[in-house]
Design a protein around this ligand. Structure first.
Ligand SMILES: Cc1cc2nc3c(=O)[nH]c(=O)nc-3n(C[C@H](O)[C@H](O)[C@H](O)COP(=O)(O)OP(=O)(O)OC[C@H]3O[C@@H](n4cnc5c(N)ncnc54)[C@H](O)[C@@H]3O)c2cc1C
Length: 461
């Protein structure tokens, strides 16, 4: 296993990564990206502390619903880069099981990669979302044929790929880019049916970073985003060679969507588990600020918080249900239930705006105008700011800090990022509607309706 220090050193591998127009050669030392590297390094040290027989506690794949539940909790605690790595590994394990009949030649390669990646203790990010150009047109009918990642050269020892994958969480901080098709492909789109594992430092890979990390000099006013933030990467494959042993799909169009569906399941499970905690956190903030404002007993405030509690409970119930109804697949691995995972992720995402609306409604305008910690420390205005920021029993600093957390989490750079991410990450709401519908027992619902209406077996249409 790697230590945090070794991880930081591993990033000096010649990778071409950029931020706001400049190439970044020293990621750990970068003002805005460095803290994310440090966070990932601490994740490595955390893993070492929790090692089991010298292996990462996340090594292997779960083979029972109990193991799956334990893994979900561990992944949640272990930080973003472990999370995306685990999701990538589970995606490959799931895909290997699903393509074993149609494309058996890749199964061994995927399993070999999983073993090797776990042995090297590397971090893997998921490159699925293509640039996509004109959304109404399939990959092969775009004005620019590179709008979806594709093979532009074939040789006996591998392929050359070109294209871009966008919004990739932590791309610059990992070691491997799991590059897979974003959707189903049709006959004629063989060059787009490509799945490959690409090292971040492979010649031709360039990554442009964006981040919601606070830019404020005093990060005490950003209690949430200053602690954990990760850049997204705009990953460009500018004619990148991939050797055969790192190719997991190469032209088999019928299998192209298996990767996206497998990733979607694990990605949404991760999303659902953080949404369950995230919803509880919003409830907690709403209650704390209501108490600090002296309004916790007010009926309309209680009603709003009750509605928030119901939402948080329903999201958690879906998380519980998808784990309880976990299913065993080929090779003994266990998977969360698709129906509950997708319905839960959808519910969490669709109602997030309502949760934030209630929180803002309860909290008041100081969400965006509370003075800074430095203002409270200023000898001229500090005591007065504390005096007027006081609420019921809460002192001025306590109440101010509550507002800082609410702003950071829901109404500032990071808050905006969360609002969009809730909807889009793991596929937009539409994607979860499709998968939920596919796994729901519609036939049974129709039978029940026919029974209730007295039309069952009557030959009516
Ligand atoms: C913070 C963040 C982190 C992310 N992390 C990752 C990551 O690590 N890896 C990764 O691969 N992706 C990641 N994503 C990308 C995410 O999966 C996509 O944003 C999402 O799938 C939507 O794709 P898009 O952004 O290109 O939007 P679009 O596809 O342009 O979608 C915009 C809207 O148009 C609709 N639409 C699109 N095409 C069609 C069509 N043909 N017909 C009808 N309606 C259509 C969609 O349903 C949606 O409502 C991340 C996104 C965010 C915001």
């Amino acid at each position: 296993m790697m230590t945090g220090t070794e991880y930081k050193q591993s990033l000096s591998d010649g990778r071409a990564t950029y931020f706001e127009g400049e190439r970044v050669d020293d990621l750990p030392g970068h003002d805005l990206l460095g803290p994310a590297v440090q966070d990932c390094a601490e994740g490595y040290d955390w893993m070492l502390e929790h090692a089991v027989d010298g292996h990462s506690p996340l090594a292997g794949v779960p083979t029972s619903p109990e193991e799956l539940r334990a893994m979900v909790d561990l992944v949640h605690q272990s930080g973003m880069m472990s999370h995306v790595t685990y999701t990538s590994i589970m995606t490959l394990a799931t895909t290997a099981g699903r393509v074993k009949d149609e494309a058996p030649q890749y199964v061994e390669l995927m399993h070999a990669f999983i073993d090797d990646a776990q042995r090297r203790d590397v971090r893997i990010t998921q490159c699925i979302t293509d640039a996509k150009g004109d959304r109404s047109r399939p990959p092969g009918h775009q004005e620019d044929p590179d709008s979806y990642v594709r093979v532009v050269g074939r040789q006996s020892d591998g392929v050359v790929i070109r294209g871009a994958k966008l919004h990739i969480t932590g791309a610059s901080l990992g070691h491997e880019l799991m590059t897979i098709p974003t959707k189903a492909m049709k006959a004629g789109e063989e060059d787009y049916a490509i799945a490959a594992m690409v090292p971040v430092n492979a010649p031709g890979v360039r990554i442009i970073n964006t981040t919601y990390a606070p830019r404020h000099a005093d990060t005490r006013d950003f209690p949430v985003s200053a602690r954990h933030n990760y850049p997204e990467g705009f990953v460009i494959f500018d004619d990148v060679f991939v050797p055969n042993e790192r190719i997991f799909l190469n032209g088999e169009v019928s299998q192209a969507s298996v990767f996206a569906h497998s990733l979607g399941l694990w990605e949404r499970l991760g999303g659902l588990s953080s949404m369950a905690d995230g919803a509880d956190l919003l409830v907690g903030l709403a209650q704390l600020v209501a108490e600090a404002n002296g309004l916790a007993g007010e009926s309309h405030i209680k009603e709003k918080i009750s509605e928030m509690i119901i939402h948080a409970t329903v999201v958690r119930a879906c998380l519980e249900a998808c784990l309880v109804h976990a299913k065993a697949g080929p090779f003994g691995a266990v998977f969360p239930d698709e129906l509950y995972t997708n319905a839960g992720k959808y519910t969490g995402a669709a109602n997030y705006g309502l949760m934030v609306r209630h929180l803002h409604d309860i909290a008041g305008g100081a969400v965006v105008t509370a003075p800074s910690i430095a203002d409270l420390e200023n000898t001229d205005v500090g005591p007065l700011a504390r005096k007027y920021m006081r609420g019921s029993t809460a002192d001025g600093e306590y109440r101010t800090r509550l507002f800082h957390a609410i702003r950071d989490l829901t109404a500032d750079t990071y808050g905006g990022w969360r609002a969009v991410t809730n909807i889009q990450a793991g596929g937009g709401l539409y994607a979860q509607r499709i998968v939920t519908r596919r796994h729901y027992d519609l036939a049974r619902a129709k039978e029940m309706a026919l029974e209730a209406t007295g039309l069952a077996g009557g030959g009516h249409h």
